[in-house]
Design a protein around this ligand. Structure first.
Ligand code: UTP
Length: 263
């Protein structure tokens, strides 16, 4: 099925990027003068997605809505205004920060029974050339091939496994598209089943909603999308795709500075 919609869960508090995130959402931090949020919407748009559901919180509401309103005439706004002319943006709210999976659940009614793209607010992937298929496009192509949910992966430094969800690929998978046998959250380097770490870009098929809503019922600290995928594995195929391009974690000052320097 075609992917027409993207959900961007951007209601998190950005505590790793304090103090600036006290007033400025990390998704509004600029790279070459353009907020990361716009770069993410453009990424999905270039991959053929025209409908967006933004999961936000009340504190971020005014700055994000104002930025994405078609106000003002100036040639420096042309790129943004053209984009806004061509996309539909809906806002939903997450009033308590109970995790990225909980944020997605707030957007459930907006996508109904369709598969959809998910882009987290702090993972930017830059391709080797501007014409190379971007990360969203690569994921969509993998979904078209498999008909299943697909998780974006990057090859990580094995020493860093404790900062990632790591997949265990099924036997004999050679990549870059891997059937996933298991997912392990933040394993120690000696327990990591591979060096393939999960990054914040996904295609979800609608069967993710049941395990995610069950996670909600069981009340933990946070409901994570990755927990939903872990539960889904027992009944459905799940794939991981090693993404071509360089990833920047713009959810921390360190990663953001690197992106500003290199992009
Ligand atoms: P992160 O964990 O990277 O973001 O969530 P965070 O919670 O804002 O950051 P820290 O850990 O406090 O520094 C990944 C994505 O999920 C969203 C975030 O906004 C980000 O885009 N998210 C996270 C929500 O929308 N709601 C949540 O409750 C948690």
């Amino acid at each position: 099925m075609l992917i027409n919609k993207a959900i961007l869960p951007i209601a998190g508090l950005g505590t790793r990027f304090l103090p600036i995130t006290k007033v400025i959402p990390k998704e509004m931090m600029p790279i070459n003068g353009v907020p990361i949020l716009q770069l993410l919407i453009e990424e999905a748009y270039k991959a053929g997605v025209h409908e967006f559901v933004l999961v936000i919180n009340r504190q971020k509401e005014s700055i994000i809505r104002k930025y994405l309103s078609r106000e003002g005439k100036n040639e420096k706004l042309d790129r943004l205004n053209k984009l806004l002319d061509d996309v539909k943006i809906e806002y939903v709210y997450q009033d308590e920060q109970l995790g990225d999976g909980h944020a997605l659940l707030q957007a459930r009614e907006s996508v109904e029974d369709e598969p959809f793209l998910v882009l987290f607010g702090d993972d930017l992937v830059i391709g080797a050339t501007p014409d190379a298929p971007n990360a969203a496009k690569q994921l969509i192509e993998a979904h078209e091939k498999t008909g299943s949910s697909v998780i974006a992966l990057e090859e990580i430094d094995p020493e860093m496994s404790e900062s990632y969800g790591i997949i265990k690929p099924a036997p004999n998978e050679t990549g870059p598209l891997y059937k996933v046998e298991d997912l392990v959250e933040k394993p120690s380097p000696s327990e990591a089943p591979s060096n393939l770490g999960v990054i914040g870009k996904y295609i979800c098929t609608p069967d993710i909603w049941t395990p995610l809503s069950k996670a909600e019922a069981s009340v933990g600290n946070e409901i994570r999308l990755i927990d939903g995928f872990k539960k889904l594995l027992s009944s459905k195929d799940l794939y991981g795709l090693k993404i071509e391009g360089k990833r920047y974690d713009t959810g921390t000052l360190e990663g953001y500075k690197k992106a500003v320097e290199e992009v």
